[in-house]
Structure formats: C-alpha cells, structure tokens
Design a protein around this ligand. Structure first.
Ligand code: PBG
Length: 331
C-alpha cells in the first residue's frame, strides 16, 4: 500500500471529516449489510435436544421445524445463506462414521426441510466427520492416527449425500489434504457441477471452538486434539499455502477461521488471492462478546463493530451466530 500524503497540521485537520454524521457517512470506507452474513444454525435430532446452549447464551439448538422457521427468518431479513450443523444422536456415532453419508442423517434432512420452505435461500453444509464420529475427530482414526486419504474418501461420500439433498454450498472444515480436489471431481462427475465449495482453507487449531463442541455434543468425546490437521496459530505462511492449494483444487470461496484474532490472515488472503473471502466469527468469539454484553461490560453495539472489522479486513462475508440479530438491527 502506498504511504498516504498528509500535509502538516493545520492544513490537514483529520477531525474536519469526523465533525457531523453526514460527513462521517460520506467518508465511510466499508459497510455492513445483511447480505454479508451467513447464519450458522444447530439442528438436533435428539428428543429434548432443542433449547439454549449453555456456553452460547442466546443461541439455540433447533428442531427441524425450528430450522424451517430460521430459514424463513433469514429470507425475511435478507440473510442470503444459512449453514447447518448437526446435533446428532450419540448412540449412532461410530468409529467408521457411516451416518455421515446417510441421506437421512439430521444434516441432510435439515437441508431438504429448509429447501422446502425457502428454496431461494442458499444452504451451506459442514463437511467433516466429527458430528458422526465416536471419537469426536474430523477424520477417521486408526491407532490414534488421523487417516488422511481414507477420510477424504468418506468426506466425498458425505458431500455427495449433501449435494443430493440440495445443498448449494459445501463447506469442508476437516483440513485433510486433497479434499477439495476430490470433492470437486465427485461433483463434476455426479451431475452437481454447479454446487459451490466454500473451503475452510485457513482453519486454525483454536481454543475458540470450545462452545461449538458443546453445542454439537462433541466436547466430552474428543480424544486428544486437532493439531495434526488444523493450522498452528503461530503460522501465517502456512495459511497462505492452504488457501493457494484449495483455490487451485477448485474451491470457489475460501474461509479464515477463527475470525477476530485472525484478521491479519483475512487481509493477506484477500490481497494475495482476490477470491471471495469469508471469516467465521466462531462460538468462542460469540461467547466472549455475549458474556461481556450480558454482564454489562460491553455495549451491544460492539457486535456491529466486530462485524464491520471483518469487512475492513477484506472479508466479503462473515459466518456469525449474530446474523439474525444484526440483520434485524441493520434493517
Ligand atoms: C468441525 C467444526 C468446528 C467448527 C465448525 N466446524 C469445530 C472444530 O473444528 O473442532 C467450529 C465453529 C465454532 O466454533 O463456532 N468440523
């Protein structure tokens, strides 16, 4: 970026343009609208599983009917996309994860239910084995090792079932190597060439996912951690290589995750690749903000500020649990 030329004070008084709301409006550099938002929702198949998530106050696990209502709300508020996360029956989680590609798993049922009531809403999925895995990992595990290539094959089946259920956007969040190319091939050869891939390309091994794992009922299960497949938070170059690789393999859009602590990565991705770039304001970020707001330590306006910062950092859109609340406030 060129260094801006600024004449010395008092020729330049930067406060001149901050003086009135009109002048501030005129000189606003980025904006935030509901069309920048993707709303992640949790859908449960467990009897009595619906209701508020303790570590994410204000966010609920939904029944299928609740998911339909959320889809209608999204349409009404101008939110273009919803992303489905399954809260699946613990008794049906296995080490082989075959429910991940069952056309009638809760994720796929939710896709079809939403498409019934809101065909114009873009439906995004999550591709990773963790909701259906007995050990809570995103991949298949043998002798404590996460198997890359076998997992990619399983993910491909999972993705096919989602595409067949009517998903518009597939969101591989598993961080296995080679998955984007494999998914793209599968889509091309199975009549789904127009299904988009939003790759969780720069996904870090983060503590900020804690509340999410509660939300999907994976917390107690995870054996070990996800550091052999998710990126080390100390690394930047590695994230750029992940994004380059995923775009080369056929991702249409890329994501940085988590969001706020990783805005430097968002900016680098946008500048280097000029591709549609998204960030995920994850569960732990939601919990921090909402916890402080509910304690009276932060004002609710801080939520809008946090989302605006993603836009300033170069993101085209943000996945956020605040999507409906913010869209309502922006209206
Ligand atoms: C799992 C997945 C995770 C999230 C989205 N997909 C958790 C993880 O990687 O352990 C986290 C989202 C959030 O924290 O809001 N494939």
């Amino acid at each position: 970026m060129p260094t801006p030329i600024v004449a010395p004070f008092p020729v330049t008084r930067l406060r001149r343009l901050r003086r009135t709301p009109a002048l501030r409006a005129l000189t606003t550099e980025v904006n935030l609208t509901p069309s920048n938002l993707i709303w992640p929702i949790f859908v449960t198949e467990i009897e009595g599983g619906a209701g508020e998530i303790a570590s994410m106050p204000g966010v609920e696990r939904l029944t299928l009917d609740g998911a339909k209502r959320a889809a209608e709300t999204a349409m009404r508020l101008g939110i273009p996309a919803i992303c489905i996360f399954p809260h699946s029956d613990p008794d049906l989680k296995t080490e082989t994860c075959e429910r991940a590609w069952d056309p009638d798993n809760i994720g796929n049922r939710a896709i079809r239910a939403i498409k019934e009531v809101a065909p114009d809403l873009a439906v995004m999925t999550d591709i990773a084995l963790d909701p259906y895995n007995a050990n809570g990992h995103d991949g298949l595990v043998r002798d404590g090792v996460i198997l890359n290539d076998e997992t990619v094959e399983a993910l491909t089946r999972m993705a096919q079932a989602q595409a067949e259920a009517g998903a518009d956007i597939l969101g591989p969040s598993d961080m296995m190597d080679g998955r984007i190319g494999a998914l793209r091939d599968m889509l091309e050869s199975n009549g789904h060439k127009d299904v988009a891939i939003l790759s969780y390309a720069a996904k870090y091994a983060s503590g900020f996912y804690g509340p999410f794992r509660d939300a999907v009922g994976a917390s107690g299960r995870l054996v070990g951690d996800k550091k052999t497949y998710q990126i080390n938070p100390a690394n930047r170059d590695e994230a750029m290589r992940c994004v380059a690789r995923d775009l080369a393999e056929g991702a249409d859009m890329v994501m940085v995750k988590p969001g706020l602590p990783y805005l430097d990565i968002c900016r680098m991705v946008k500048d280097q690749f000029a591709a549609p770039t998204f960030a995920y304001q994850v569960s732990g970020e939601y919990a921090m903000l909402e916890g402080a707001i509910r304690n009276g330590w932060l004002s609710r306006d801080t939520v809008i500020e946090s989302l605006l910062c993603f836009r300033r950092a170069g993101c085209d859109g943000i996945l956020t649990y605040y999507a409906p609340q913010v869209a309502e406030r922006l209206a």
